[in-house]
Design a protein around this ligand. Structure first.
Ligand SMILES: [Zn+2]
Ligand SMILES: [Zn+2]
Length: 313
C-alpha cells in the first residue's frame, strides 16, 4: 500500500467495487421542468448511491451505482414516488461496469442530443408558495413572481430545450446570492427550480398608463391597480399567456364597461375567486369540479349557478 496521496493499488480498488452494480437508466416521459432531477438526486443520496443525473434530448439519463438491493429500491421509487407533475412513460436499463466514486451529482444538460419535444406545462402557484407570499417577514412576502420546483411558469418562458434557466426568458435575471443558495441546496424546495426569483433579483411589477408611461412600481403598483379596479376602471394584466382584462365582478357598471369595450354582450366572462368557499357561495360544485379547481392545472371551469346572488353581469 502506498502512503500519502499515492494511487490506490488496482487490486484493492477492485475489491471495493466487488458486489456493486452500475446501471444506466433512461427515463422517458414528462420529466423535465417538474422537479425530477432533484427528486432523483434525493432518492440516490438517501440510499447512499453514487453516480449522476442529467436532462437529455430523450428525457432524463441516470448512471447509478450501489448494492443490488439499494438499486432495485431506487429503480422502483423512480416510478412509484415520482413528483406529482411527472409522467413516466418508460425506463430503460443497461448494465455498466462499476467505477470509483461515492458522490451523486446533478450534471448540466446534454446539448449534443437533439431535444425531444415534450414541454412541461405552466403550473398554478402551490400552497407552500402562497403561504410564503402571505407571511410578513418572509423574503418573498407579497412578491407576485414567487415559484418553486413544484409550481410556476414552464411552457410560457421556454425559449429552447432542454429546459434549463439559460434557455428560458428568466436568463435576463441574474440570481441573487440567497436565490443561488436555494437553487443549489438539495434539501430546499427550490433546488434547481429554473424560474427561481425573489424581490431582490427577479422581475418586478409596473403600472403603466395607456401611453406606456410608468405610474407606479412594485407594491405601490399593485395597490394602485387595486384602487383602479375598486373605482370601476379596467386593468390590463400582463400574464404568462398574454393580457387579461380585469374588472370588479361585483360592479354592474364596471362589467358593462368591459362588455362594451370587448364587444362581448352575452358570452360569459371568467370570474376569479380567491378561495374555494367563495366559489361554493355562488355555484354548485361537484366533488370532481372541486378537485379540478384545487389541482395544479387550475383550469377555468363552467359551473352551474347556485343559490347565492350572482356577481354582476
Ligand atoms: Zn411553489
Ligand atoms: Zn433572488
Amino acid at each position: 500500500m502506498h502512503s500519502g496521496g499515492g494511487r490506490v493499488p488496482v487490486r484493492a480498488d477492485q475489491r471495493r467495487l466487488n458486489g456493486l452494480r452500475r446501471w444506466s437508466l433512461t427515463v422517458r416521459g414528462v420529466v423535465q421542468g417538474v422537479g425530477y432531477r432533484p427528486f432523483v438526486y434525493q432518492q440516490a443520496v438517501a440510499r447512499g448511491l453514487a453516480g449522476w443525473v442529467r436532462n437529455t434530448g430523450e428525457g432524463v439519463r441516470i448512471e447509478v451505482q450501489g448494492r443490488p438491493a439499494d438499486l432495485e429500491a431506487f429503480l422502483s421509487a423512480l416510478r412509484a414516488e415520482a413528483p406529482g407533475l411527472a409522467v413516466i412513460e418508460g425506463i430503460e436499463k443497461r448494465d455498466l461496469a462499476p467505477r470509483r466514486g461515492h458522490r451523486f451529482r446533478i450534471l448540466e444538460s446534454d446539448e449534443e442530443r437533439p431535444p425531444r419535444p415534450t414541454i412541461p406545462a405552466d403550473v398554478a402557484v402551490c400552497q407552500a408558495c402562497l403561504k410564503e407570499m402571505s407571511t410578513p417577514g418572509e423574503r418573498r412576502h407579497r412578491y407576485p413572481f414567487t415559484n418553486c420546483t413544484f409550481c410556476g411558469p414552464r411552457l410560457s418562458i421556454i425559449e429552447a430545450l432542454p429546459y434549463d434557466r439559460p434557455r428560458t426568458s428568466m436568463n435576463r435575471f441574474e440570481m441573487c446570492e440567497a436565490c443561488s443558495t436555494e437553487y443549489g441546496n438539495p434539501a430546499d424546495r427550490r433546488f434547481h427550480a429554473q424560474p427561481i426569483a425573489c424581490p431582490a433579483c427577479g422581475p418586478q411589477v409596473l403600472l403603466l398608463d395607456a401611453e406606456g408611461g410608468i405610474l407606479a412600481e412594485k407594491e405601490q403598483a399593485m395597490r394602485a391597480a387595486g384602487e383602479a379596479l375598486t373605482a370601476g376602471r379596467i386593468v390590463a394584466l400582463k400574464g404568462l399567456g398574454g393580457f387579461q382584462l380585469l374588472a370588479d365582478a361585483t360592479s354592474e357598471a364596471a362589467v358593462a364597461l368591459l362588455r362594451r369595450r370587448k364587444r362581448r354582450e352575452e358570452k360569459p366572462l371568467a370570474v376569479m375567486m380567491p378561495r374555494l368557499e367563495q366559489a361554493q357561495a355562488y355555484c354548485k360544485l361537484s366533488a370532481a369540479e372541486e378537485r379540478w379547481l384545487r389541482s395544479s392545472q387550475a383550469p377555468i371551469l363552467l359551473l352551474r349557478r347556485g343559490r347565492g346572488d350572482p356577481p354582476a353581469g
